[in-house]
Design a binder for this molecule. Sequence first.
Ligand code: LMR
Length: 401
Amino acid sequence: MLYANLTPAPADSILGLTEAYKKDVNPKKVNLGVGVYMDERGRTPILQAVKKAEKILLDTQDTKTYLPIAGAPEYGQVVQELLFGADSVKKDGGRMRTAHTPGGTGGLRIGAEFLRKVAPKATVWLSSPTWANHKGIFAAAGFKTSDYPYYDPASHGIDFSGLTACLDKIPEGDIVLLHVCCHNPTGVDLSAEQWSEVIRIAQARRWIPFLDFAYQGFGVGVEEDGAILKPLLATGLEFFISSSFSKNFGLYQERVGALTLVAGDTAAVEAAFSHVKATIRVVYSNPSAHGGAIVTTILRDDALRSLWRSELDAMRERIAAVRKDFVGQLHARGASMDFSYIEKQKGMFSFSGLSDAQVQYLRDKKGIYMVAGGRINVAGILPNNIGYLCESVQEALQQAH
Ligand code: LMR
């Protein structure tokens, strides 16, 4: 009886909410859990640019043979250009290599598995708070994790003195996971000046930046969201980037992401990348092709690329408009808390400021699902649920503390 003494694993703190939401019979239920974009009718549409790219692929693809271990080279090229811009890739591309991974999670995990080979004693430093899966990913690869201060609940901003004091003490060779934009779960990002200081500390202390970039284009814009990447490249430091195209191309179920390594020079990156490929080979051998082919097709075609950008702009703008509307309606109902900080946060998520008791109250009594800690997916707020949501939040503020 192999499983006789097995106790069930706890439900996933984010994806488990979707399962619970689906089972809920409350006709007014609202899902503000998982980070999936919804339009104002509550649908997660396939982008037009994606549909068009898929038609092209259907007509032109002539084989289903394996991709190389690291994916198609042209995919690696478009990912690098999206991150750093074509000019930087022309200049510094020799120092970087990109592997096509199953989503951003795959990029993080492959990066973690590779780092275990080269830095087995390192501690991985995570922002407090961070995406619920970060700790699990690095722990599964065998790393010890620790937290650095990030969010300041009192100001709803960054605890920048706490952050820099901690980063300044992290030893050389440790790994620091940083969110490039649209910090998950808080929606609070570092300013350009604050990033400069973080990069300066990374150079002085020589810890290894591992950048999680899952929301490019959801903050301010495609280039603006990645503005820190070029200055980081210019330092000559070695670093990692995990990209996800789940949200910005709406390709969630295609599991399309990337791991990009930047090293000091070509010889170093080639050596490192050979080990990344060896790591991939024993985990999933080589990536599935479809999602990466869609991204490559869109980014290599001027018309599709500009269609994609306008669709991405529309998603970002809807979220910004919802933030405004949500805050306006909460205040109009006389909410006892000032929620205006929600409008300043970036990306899909908002750290609502609700306590765990209030989150639980909303789930149990109102069928409104949000992640513990008070993270809400702003895109889940729709014209047909915003009134119910605001009224319920108001009630939770009075009933639970
Ligand atoms: C989220 O944070 O909700 C998304 O990144 C989806 C996930 O896998 O957790």
